[in-house]
Design a protein around this ligand. Structure first.
Ligand code: PMP
Length: 431
């Protein structure tokens, strides 16, 4: 058992960082703001494990918030990165490697006929929204509360993830104008969706959604809801965008759209597609993507887009996922972990519910199923915080917020999953 707080080296590193970066971090979800205390500073990672500055080892259930589905520091990926870097790290000119990755994405993701590579999930959603507006000549966007699509001004309205965790769903600095054309609805609410389209369908450029939500904890869509999203957008000439930044190559090789058999018009990708390097992508029907400059008139560009080192990491990762698919194993381990957490929480008498899709999961400190943001918002955050720190003490690194899903890798085997369940049993019994 390690300690239920950050060690002295992490604490010293954080003190230094706080003087240098806002809140000591470069992205808010890392700061442990929701659970209090000092974040662990990481020195290295290997396979399913993270190692902090104080030399403690943790089973990693964040996986860099999604990308590390293969496990950390995997040789084929590291070698691909090293080979690419040795030939120069950026050219600002086209390469054959970009076409190779584009082919892999198009082959894998049912809705994507043409794709553009960018540098992050945020860039992917921001660009997809612009293209959808450009292609339809309409302004309005539908999103769902508790869904996070990156820090795009027009989408930072009732957003999940760190925005929800920190209680600032609407950020200062986002002008009323930026959010004016954003319609916020409740996830899984079919009648709300129907009403919005009946009222404003001819003004709606796009509907964007997380086809399994990770950003208010893991929330599973009903098939009825996904079908309604597909049918209503088709009927009203709006573009359906699946934000698969988390779910792409995670809940199936072809993402949630493959898993659920529902094909959107556009898809945004990030995380796994870059194999742990900064890379995102957006794509869709050729007729839509041909609106993008220089094929069409919708502007979108990037100095480092299609960066050779990031592309190499993405290609190596997708090759492994295709040739040696881990998805059956991820499903089995997901079932084992979800059932195990459910059982030990019940034995400990903790009001809870577990939501999971394959290797995405959340133990909610709430007795009833969580289907939308207002359910998620009723969870016992204080109990969650004690659970989080208890698990840290057991050497298990889970998301530091009730409003983030956990992720695991293909290297989280039965022994690791069982070790996690045993630890959760001890922690939950002590709450
Ligand atoms: N969309 C979704 C569904 C996400 O989960 C995230 C990040 N967690 C983003 C978009 C933004 O991606 P990035 O952080 O790479 O900008």
């Amino acid at each position: 058992m390690t300690s239920s707080s950050a060690g002295p080296r992490s604490r010293a590193a954080f003190e230094r960082a706080v003087g240098l970066m806002p809140g000591g971090v470069n992205s808010p979800a890392r700061a442990f703001g929701a659970v209090g205390g000092t974040p662990l500073f990481i020195e290295r990672a290997e396979g399913p494990y993270l190692f902090d500055l104080d030399g403690r080892r943790y089973i990693d259930y964040i996986g860099s918030w999604g990308p590390m589905i293969l496990g950390h520091a995997q040789q084929p990926v590291i070698e691909a990165i090293t080979r690419a870097a040795s030939r120069g790290t950026s050219y600002g000119a086209p390469t054959e490697a970009e076409s190779r990755l584009a082919e892999q994405i198009i082959e894998a993701v049912p809705s994507i006929e043409k794709v553009r590579l960018v540098n992050s999930g945020t860039e992917a959603t921001m660009s997809a929204i612009r293209v959808a507006r450009g292609a339809t000549g309409r302004h309005k966007i539908v999103k769902f509360s508790g869904n996070y699509h990156g820090h795009v001004d027009s989408l930072l309205v009732a957003a999940g993830s760190a925005a929800a965790t920190l209680g600032v769903p609407d950020s200062p600095g986002v002008t009323p104008g930026a959010g004016m054309d954003t319609i916020v609805l409740s996830y899984n609410d079919v009648s709300g969706l129907e009403a919005a389209f009946t009222q404003m369908g001819d003004q709606i450029a796009a509907l964007i959604l997380e086809p399994v939500v990770g950003n208010m904890g893991c929330v599973v869509p009903t098939m009825e809801f996904l079908h309604a999203a597909r049918n209503l957008t088709s009927r009203h000439g709006s573009i359906l965008i699946f934000d698969e930044v988390m779910t792409g190559f995670r809940v199936a090789f072809g993402g949630a759209q493959e898993r659920f058999g529902i094909t959107p018009d556009m898809t945004t990708l990030g995380k796994i597609v870059g194999g742990g390097m900064p890379l995102g992508a957006y794509g869709g029907k050729a007729e839509i993507m041909n609106q993008v400059l220089p094929a069409g008139k919708v502007f979108q560009a990037g100095t480092l887009s299609g960066n050779p080192v990031a592309v190499a990491a993405g290609t190596a990762t997708l090759e492994i996922l295709k040739n040696d698919p881990p998805y059956e194993q991820l499903e089995r381990m997901g079932r084992r972990l979800a059932d195990g957490l459910d059982r030990v929480a019940t034995e400990a008498g903790i009001p809870h519910t577990v939501a999971d899709v394959g290797s995405m999961m959340t133990l909610f400190f709430h007795p009833d199923p969580v289907t939308c943001w207002s359910d998620a918002d009723r969870c016992d955050r204080e109990a969650f915080g004690r659970y989080f720190w208890g698990m840290i003490g057991e050497g298990i690194y889970m998301p530091c917020s009730q409003f983030e899903a956990l992720f695991f890798s293909r290297l989280h085997d039965e022994a690791i999953i069982d070790e996690t369940i045993d630890a959760a049993a001890r922690v939950l019994a002590s709450l």
